[in-house]
Design a protein around this ligand. Structure first.
Ligand code: SF4
Ligand code: SF4
Length: 466
């Protein structure tokens, strides 16, 4: 099966229950943002910018769990910010599992290996020793860290940890192969860490997914190579979404990078060009989402936005109308459902009801539409059923030939190379969107002024735990 049976059945039961009760609007996936602090400052991320004045705020654990209960979505995607910075992340995952939810931890992977070492220390025994040896031999755990795991004290053994489960996925942010990914996340070495974390996770028996945002500069062939490589690594599934110029990201592009957002983000037409092969990819790789949503991306049909099915809860409450756009925050999910005029949003028959929705084709608006039968066409249910129950694509054999680490060609670090290339090539033409505008250098250093506040916050958040 393409997706684990238990998870597919859980989601199917949820939809059938609400269809039988004729519930007009209900949640499928909760986007839970316990905090907005992040250790990276990716190009195109509106989150850390929109909530820049509340980076120090966190949603208390109990409130996070209550929000999940309230909307009762079968799936919870814990995002942020970087959720692994949240001091109670282990307790949050445990609490959501107690509620019976499917969990995705959306992470940039920089703290994943640390969290998995905590798990190993808490369960250290002869079986774990065998895995530890393998991890050390593959240089995924250092000898020094291995000793810490072996000598785990009572506190380490009693610690709540994030253990492998068929109900949980690490969902790692990967926007391309090494060169591209590190440029987009604006720090060298991140891709390498992502790959190391994913390899370690697979050895330990975790489920791993990736999520990729496609931008105007994204090379489609590189995306296909990336999927080949990731499938060969044993990654269990992929989400792919178009990056469009939603408010906060657009403002950042203009203000911080001095760039025209149109040079970076996708319009609907360009999205459809970039996603032309999405249905082929759906056959070759385990792409999450329905085939109906894939047809929408490929330009074969239209869908109506169902943003209410993937609500976002964060430090300010229930964010409306969607993950990307903010017209208000509400205290309760039901309150948001009744007070928001949903007819004001989305694109219907090619006409944007709100100009900000014009280029949007993202998951949080349209993926549930495919599953819920909005704009139903004859045969859709069978198509979705067949896709879910078909056998899982095998790891792609060509993955091992992909030159994933493609950014070290001058031996000084590829961002230095990128900087040199950008300065030369764009001396008399517009700057690359990845070229910073004097706020930072391009070496991956965090010395820039706008990261100092973030780093201080991370230190503060981590302090009580040591
Ligand atoms: S990892 Fe990047 S995209 Fe994700 S929250 Fe941090 S800055 Fe934003
Ligand atoms: S189309 Fe839907 S998901 Fe997209 S920006 Fe508009 S309201 Fe949000």
């Amino acid at each position: 099966m393409r997706f684990p049976l238990a998870l597919t059945l859980k989601i199917a039961r949820h939809i059938i229950k609400h269809k039988a009760k004729r519930t007009p609007k209900f949640a499928m996936v909760l986007q839970l943002e316990p905090l907005h602090t992040c250790n990276l400052t990716c190009t195109g991320c509106g989150r850390i910018r929109e909530y820049s004045t509340s980076l120090k705020d966190m949603v208390p654990l109990e409130r996070c769990l209550a929000a999940a209960e309230e909307c009762d979505a079968p799936m919870v995607s814990i995002c942020g910010g970087e959720p692994l910075i949240y001091p109670k992340i282990e307790e949050l995952v445990a609490g959501l599992r107690e509620q019976g939810r499917i969990i995705y931890i959306c992470t940039n992977a920089m703290f994943m290996r640390k969290k998995m070492r905590d798990y190993m220390a808490s369960r250290y025994d002869a079986d774990m020793e065998a895995r530890l040896k393998e991890l050390v031999s593959q240089e995924l755990v250092t000898e020094k860290d291995a000793e810490v795991i072996r000598k785990a004290d009572a506190a380490a053994r009693e610690k709540v940890v994030i253990a492998p489960s068929r109900w949980m996925y690490w969902n790692v942010h990967v926007d391309g192969l090494e060169y591209t990914h590190d440029l987009i996340v604006e720090r060298e070495g991140v891709f390498k860490e992502c790959v190391a974390a994913m390899k370690m996770a697979k050895i330990l028996g975790y489920q791993v997914a990736t999520n990729t945002t496609v931008y105007k500069e994204t090379d489609v062939q590189e995306l296909e190579d990336m999927f080949k490589y990731l499938s060969w690594l044993g990654v269990d599934g992929h989400t792919i979404s178009p990056g469009y110029d939603y408010d906060a990201a657009k403002k950042d592009m203009v203000k911080r990078l001095g760039r025209d957002p149109q040079a970076f983000f996708l319009t609907r037409d360009v999205t459809r060009q970039k996603f032309k092969k999405i249905e082929d990819w759906g056959k070759m790789f385990t792409i999450f989402g329905t085939p109906v949503y894939q047809e929408f991306h490929a330009g074969k049909r239209e869908l109506t936005c169902t943003a209410w099915a993937i609500p976002t809860f964060n430090v300010r409450g229930w964010k409306a109308p969607c993950y990307l756009m903010t017209d208000g925050h509400y205290n309760g999910y039901q309150e948001m459902l009744t007070k928001v005029d949903w007819e004001k949003y989305g694109v219907v028959d090619g006409v944007a009801r709100d100009p900000r929705c014009e280029n949007c084709m993202v998951h949080c608006g349209y993926d549930p539409s495919g599953a819920l039968g909005t704009n139903y066409q004859s045969g859709d249910n069978w198509k979705n059923f067949k896709y879910n129950f078909a056998s899982k694509p095998k790891p792609h054999p060509a993955g091992q030939q992909v030159l994933a680490f493609n950014g070290q060609s001058i031996g000084k670090g590829h961002l230095a190379e990128a900087k040199a290339a950008v300065s030369k090539e764009f001396a008399s033409t517009p700057k690359s969107v990845f070229q910073r505008n004097g706020h930072h250098d391009h070496t991956g250093s965090d010395a820039g002024a706008d990261t100092a506040q973030r780093d201080a916050l991370i230190a503060k958040i981590n302090a009580p735990r040591s």
